[in-house]
Design a protein. Sequence first.
Length: 298
Amino acid sequence: MIRKWTKDGRNYFYYKTNQRIIHFYPVVSARYEVMKDTCIPTGNAIDAVVDLEIYYQKGHEYNLKRMMESMKMSLDYYSTHFSPYQYKHIRIVEFPRYRTFAQSLPGIIPFSEAIGFMMDIDDKKDVDMAFFITAHEVAHQWWGLQLEAANVQGQNMILETLAQYSALMVFKEKYPEAKVQQFLKLQWDEYREATLESKKEELPLVLVENESHIYYNKGALVMYKLQELIGEKNVNHALKHFLYDWRSFQNPPKQNRYATSLDFMYFVMDVTPDSLKNVVTDLFEQTNCFVEEDSFIH
Ligand SMILES: [Zn+2]
């Protein structure tokens, strides 16, 4: 905030971003408590401190630690494996449960109390979704804010499926394999249920439109399978190069357009050995390969 004044009984605030951002920002206002911390993401420059802040309603302290830890681990993982984090702060801001979503905008993540702050998580039997959703939203600082996707079929594969993959890799660092499998089983169940209810013929992941059970649930399963097949290191290598080639601000968009899922597939195929190219292609481009639960969940 640069300036603040009052005129004719009305309050005025003048804000300025400290770097270029896409034209996409929220206005969130309340009497907040603030949890603060700082970190230097492991992939950022040595002095690139990031302020971490969670704005929350007093009394809603239950999952703050999970969310704060997830923010830190996510910034570390993504800055190391994809590219440095681009802002000087990252903020999570609570809002009431009239709506139940979280959304990432440049440096700020409005987050419903219903899906993070007020979740009752029992680590013995539950999956830590406060941790996972935080990691997913932080991933959008890369997928959506560093790299924008063309508004065509497959757009949500780039934005949402890659956020799911990124979050899953952070989740895998924090939680044992059994929890990862429990998460994947939830994805499988939601995907199957929505597929049975859907009246539309299923589109392959690379051509997904607005079917959330495909870009979220099936997307997570496909990307997890991909890193099992070709290795996490190779998947990250592909993502890093995809990002460097197509991100919006550091370079002008290639060929005056934004990235598509087919551009992404080019980088995936580049790190896939010949012996696995058919299997990997089917995962993304076919629908009929995706019928056996036990080929995805162990
Ligand atoms: Zn998302």
